[in-house]
Design a protein around this ligand. Structure first.
Ligand SMILES: [Zn+2]
Length: 223
């Protein structure tokens, strides 16, 4: 699905037929496994914070406290202006539902193509892919809460638990966690990832790699 999002669709009607289904499945339908709920059960009585590049809202739907979440890369559930003419975002659930329900032969009706309420240009999905990504007030508020959390725990006993982060955008979570662990002798780094679990030598004494499925790892911890 992710790869299909980069296809050069011939018309906006076709583009939105694909993207509305993609958003509906990944953003509005429930995840197939209770992995997020299992993770929440493990951390909810602790002073936790979630830093994520996921854009599917699964943490919030599983019940994570939204004041303890920072979605750095956007949200499938929000539209932004393609210009952009403004730093605003809009909930897209009703619009996406219409596109899913009314599409025929892989095209949505032309009148459903979403347009910016401010300038009339096409809307797009609030995802970071270039410098047009809109960081609205909610994004900045979450960024500040994350910075506060890091500041409050500087030098403290912190577990940096990295789940399923690959080498697509390692700068946001992986390198950040490695650096913070290296700078704090009371910190510990754990990485759960099938096939890509690694810890650099500088922090290997305070690091753990689990080369396995996150679901299996969390189930083992629960027992
Ligand atoms: Zn606009």
């Amino acid at each position: 699905m992710y790869t299909g999002g980069f296809y050069p669709y011939a018309a906006p009607e076709e583009y939105w037929a694909y993207w509305s289904r993609y958003i509906w499945i990944n953003r509005y339908l429930d995840a197939p496994e209770p992995v997020y709920q299992d993770l929440l059960a493990l951390v909810k009585h602790k002073d936790y914070f979630v830093l994520t590049t996921n854009v599917d809202h699964c943490f919030q739907r599983a019940g994570f406290d939204k004041r303890r979440l920072f979605y750095t890369q956007g949200d499938y559930g929000l539209f932004q202006c393609s210009g952009p003419c403004c730093q605003e975002t809009w909930d897209n659930e009703a619009a996406v539902r219409q596109m899913v329900e009314r599409q025929r032969d892989m095209r949505i009706p032309t009148e459903l193509i979403p347009r910016c309420p401010r300038c009339g240009e096409p809307l797009t999905i609030n995802l970071r892919s270039d410098d047009k990504f809109v960081q609205d007030e909610g994004w900045y508020a979450a960024a500040r809460r994350y910075e506060d959390f890091v500041r409050r725990h500087k030098g403290g006993a912190v577990l940096y638990l990295e789940l399923g982060v690959g080498f697509n955008t390692p700068g946001i979570i992986k390198y950040n966690f490695w650096r913070q662990t290296a700078q704090n002798p009371n910190a510990f780094y754990a990485c759960i990832n099938t096939g890509q679990a690694a810890v650099p030598p500088e922090i290997s004494k305070r690091g753990l790699c689990l080369n396995t499925d996150i679901k299996h790892a969390l189930n083992a911890i629960k027992m």
